[in-house]
Ligand binder design. Sequence first.
Ligand code: CAA
Ligand code: NAP
Length: 246
Amino acid sequence: MTTRVALVTGALGGIGTTICQELAKAGHKVVAADLPGLQHKDAWVAEQKAAGFDFYVAEANVAEYDSCKAMVEKVEKDIGPVDILVNNAGITRDKFFPKMDRAMWDAVISTNLTSLFNVTHTISPKMAERGWGRIINISSLNGVRGQAGQINYSAAKAGCLGFTKALALELVEKGVTVNAVAPGYIATKMVMAIRDDIRENIRNSIPMKRFGKPEEIGALCVYLASDLAGFITGATININGGMHMC
Ligand code: CAA
Ligand code: NAP
């Protein structure tokens, strides 16, 4: 297997950590990127080292273009060009629309959608020049179908699907694939933040009656990042315990 440089944003989160681990287990050099100045970063790095993972740690706010550009330039200088990009960082600011304020809209759109421009813009032209690349954007079931209380999040995650398909077409003859993964409800702090009774109703609405595991997303990312996945581009892969059959 060819060893490649894989950059994962939102790396310290529930799904991001597992994607980093799975890509490392598949033999890639992993750049774990998250917000600058996170207090739990050192503990996270130590925990990963103890588990046998030696990630290169990078810092950028995905909502800010210059921050992302500087991060990518430093990564290129320190360990080489990025071959695999997983745009995973994301947040929720849930409220029913009448009570959602403009700050909640702006935060989610900039972190979950504009971030795709900010991170990918410096990386994808160089993948195209080298003739190989994998871009994996983490969307959501709630971008595919819409979710009450998540106008901002559903809009951003649906926008992610448009971004994915349009960029896939621009890069289709350059050896670079661009795909979206649309997870349903996965057991991370993002889902655990939902009020207990609401979360229990959601769990019962999933045909498999369970939340997904981060490893199930990580394994799919490893496949999409592989040479064998070279015929898949512009796709949205749903991974949600059967929710599309409801
Ligand atoms: N549309 C508009 N207004 C509604 C409504 C609806 N469908 N349902 C209720 N309301 C009104 C209520 O009548 C109430 O009005 P008043 O204040 O005038 O009485 C008001 O909205 C507030 O209702 P609540 O007190 O129930 O609202 P809340 O603020 O406590 O909760 C919520 C709202 C945060 C959106 C909550 O319902 C919720 O968490 N829902 C789940 C949303 C969800 O699935 N989020 C996923 C997070 S995980 C994730 O995003 C990962 C992923 O990709 C899958
Ligand atoms: P998580 O545990 O909250 O992780 C998100 C990570 O992104 C955190 O480390 C967070 O840092 C980081 N982040 C937030 N804002 C950032 C910014 N501006 N710049 C850089 N990093 C930032 O959430 P998760 O469940 O792993 O979610 C990962 C991705 O999967 C998100 O895009 C999410 O929308 C998507 N997703 C999740 C689910 C689910 O059910 N969990 C389902 C579908 C899709 P802080 O912790 O400091 O904020």
